[in-house]
Write a new protein. Structure first.
Length: 262
């Protein structure tokens, strides 16, 4: 398994646990951490022995407190049209479009770039001490890794406006109420539940998982009738797969299906 500078990886059977790891820095997101996460995710996608990924942060206080502040002072108009800015944009999108489910186990502070990263995950659950927000405006900035665009998908226009334009975080209970996370778990149980959820998602037929995810994502980008037409085409593709036949056979035979992604 690859050793990284800013993240730790651990295998538990068919589950990959990835921990953002910058002790003493609240796991703030550096350029190198983004490179590490991209490389790790892409390798996991091509590894047939990995069925799902859990992302969490080192320690009990923070998932990721946002961008690495010293790097922010180096950004300029020309730099923000260059490759480093493109990489920041690509990271959540790569996670969002990954062929395998991802669960963000948000333990503590999840701000700025950290929250933007989790918005690309299949599911987000939080510890009861978590705080989530997009504080960039307090520094005279706005989110720059998809936050202004993805927040609306989960929390609606009103809360997206409030989070982006006030910079004020919300607690875990509020985050669950507005749809930013789906579950709030005691800190001591968070990782266990995240692994349980990831394994459940990873047990589903891979092609059906990708089709269902893409159909739901498309619903935020198109009108109802075009979205339904897109869903119909993906449904038809699923009907033609070996996994579909296996799922039906397993149901009839009262056993667990053995999906192969075909």
């Amino acid at each position: 398994m690859t050793a990284y500078e800013n993240i730790l990886t651990e295998r538990e059977d068919d589950l990959l646990l990835v921990t953002l790891h910058r002790p003493g820095k609240h796991n703030a997101m550096t350029h190198q951490m983004r490179i590490d996460l991209l490389d790790c995710a892409r390798k996991a996608e091509t590894d047939d022995t990995v069925r799902a990924i859990v992302f969490t942060g080192h320690g009990d206080l923070s998932f990721c407190a946002g961008a690495n502040i010293p790097e922010l002072s180096q950004r300029t108009l020309p730099s923000e049209m260059g490759p480093e800015a493109t990489l920041r944009k690509d990271l959540p999108t790569t996670i969002e479009r990954l062929g395998k489910p991802t669960v963000a186990a948000i333990n503590g502070y999840c701000f700025g770039a950290g929250l933007e990263f989790t918005l690309g995950c299949t599911a987000r659950i939080a510890s009861d001490n978590a705080k989530l927000g997009q504080p960039e405006i307090t520094l005279g900035q706005i989110p720059g890794s998809g936050g202004t665009q993805r927040l609306y998908r989960f929390v609606g226009l009103g809360w997206a406006m409030q989070l982006v334009l006030t910079g004020e975080p919300v607690d875990a209970k509020t985050a669950q109420t507005i749809g930013l996370v789906t579950e709030v778990i005691p800190q001591t149980e968070l990782l266990h539940r995240a692994k349980e959820l990831a394994r459940l998602l990873g047990s589903r037929a891979p092609l059906a998982f990708v089709s269902g995810r893409d159909a739901v994502l498309r619903s935020t980008e198109t009108d109802l009738l075009n979205g339904i037409d897109y869903e119909r085409k993906l449904y038809a593709i699923c009907m033609a797969t070996e996994d579909n036949r296996e799922g039906l056979a397993a149901y009839t035979e009262k056993r667990k299906p053995n999906y192969k992604g075909r």
